[in-house]
Write a protein that binds this ligand. Structure first.
Ligand code: BDR
Ligand code: CA
Length: 312
């Protein structure tokens, strides 16, 4: 089987970096481009961080584009309190060799979806959905050409992590999320209900570090920084490793459980802005529009993650 073509849309972020590493380490996937969006930190930093991560993986061949620097209709909310001032605190930062591509991320996404055969490109959004929504708005024809959208965002039984009701990626740009969930393309959603089960315990981070290669050591350093905030917040050994669940699902969907549900996005209420209203119990007649993951075998996830990053 030829590798599955993916575009990673991202706001690195240490856990975004982990997702990029897992994808670049996996022969089942061909990363045809990385598009940066403003989220955890402003666009200038997410675009630079994506390039740094690709280069840590030894991949100066990957094209990286900058996209939206602000949500569709709102002011940007960032998360330096989780990821540090640079967005990638914990890693040794450097100026990447390969420059950012000159085009806009949204144009790149549209062009790839139009150029590649229908249903051959999967989108993997790991941050606010602004770039994806802009592409769908500008070129509605691409919705039918996307193989599927596998995204990290939302939460239902777990509630939110930026407000009691909302998860960060959806909260930052709820209008974009509403557009994406309404676009008709098959969606797989990795919510907090899954990612809060994937914890970077000390033992797992040490196993990763013991691989000894550059990517594993830098990732272990990043996770040690990232853990500090989340351990305090959740009272756990290690923090949730959100974004690589998207890539893990593409590689080994059997490690997850979930169901087809209707998901709607709250865009009006001040109190619950950005909430993902998941009809898990099918109490409405609303048509399912996403496969919503709920469970994960965390040991199997880390076996895959540690093994693959060790190969970089
Ligand atoms: C999501 O928000 C970001 O801080 C992480 O990178 C992840 O994509 C988790 O809520
Ligand atoms: Ca992210």
């Amino acid at each position: 089987m030829p590798p599955r073509k993916i575009i990673i849309d991202t706001d690195p972020g240490q856990d975004d970096a982990a997702a990029i590493m897992l994808a670049l380490a996996s022969p089942e996937l061909e990363v045809i481009g990385i598009t940066a969006v403003a989220g955890n930190v402003p666009l200038e930093l997410t675009a630079r961080n994506a390039r740094i991560v690709a280069e840590i993986c030894g991949r100066t061949d990957i094209r990286i584009f900058a996209g939206a620097d602000a949500p569709l209709e709102r002011k940007l909310v960032t998360a330096e309190h989780v990821h540090g001032k640079t967005g990638l605190d914990g890693v040794t930062l450097f100026e990447p060799v390969r420059p950012l591509e000159t085009g806009h991320a949204v144009d790149f996404i549209i062009e790839m979806l139009r150029r590649e055969p229908e249903n051959s490109v999967t989108l993997c959004p790991l941050g606010p959905l602004t770039n994806i929504a802009m592409a769908l708005e500008r070129a509605p024809d691409i919705a039918a050409r996307i193989e599927q959208i596998v995204l990290m965002g939302g939460g239902y039984f777990e509630g939110g992590n930026i407000t009691p009701a909302a998860e960060f990626n959806i909260y930052v740009d709820p209008e974009a999320a509403a557009l994406v969930f309404g676009c008709g393309t098959p969606i797989t959603m990795m919510p907090l209900d899954v990612t809060h089960k994937v914890l970077t315990t000390r033992a797992r981070v040490e196993r990763l570090r013991a691989n000894g290669n550059r990517a594993s050591v830098e990732m272990a350093n990043m996770l040690e920084f990232y853990e500090r905030f989340d351990e305090e917040k959740y009272g756990t050994d290690g923090g949730p490793l959100h974004d690589p669940t998207v890539i893990a699902w593409l590689l080994d969907p059997e490690m997850f459980t979930g169901r087809e549900c209707n998901v709607e996005i709250e865009t009006k209420s001040d109190l619950t802005l950005g909430a993902t209203v998941v009809d898990w119990w099918r109490v409405t007649e609303r048509t399912p529009n996403a496969f919503v993951a709920g469970g994960v075998d965390a040991e199997r996830f880390f076996d895959l993650f540690i093994d693959r990053v060790g190969r970089l």
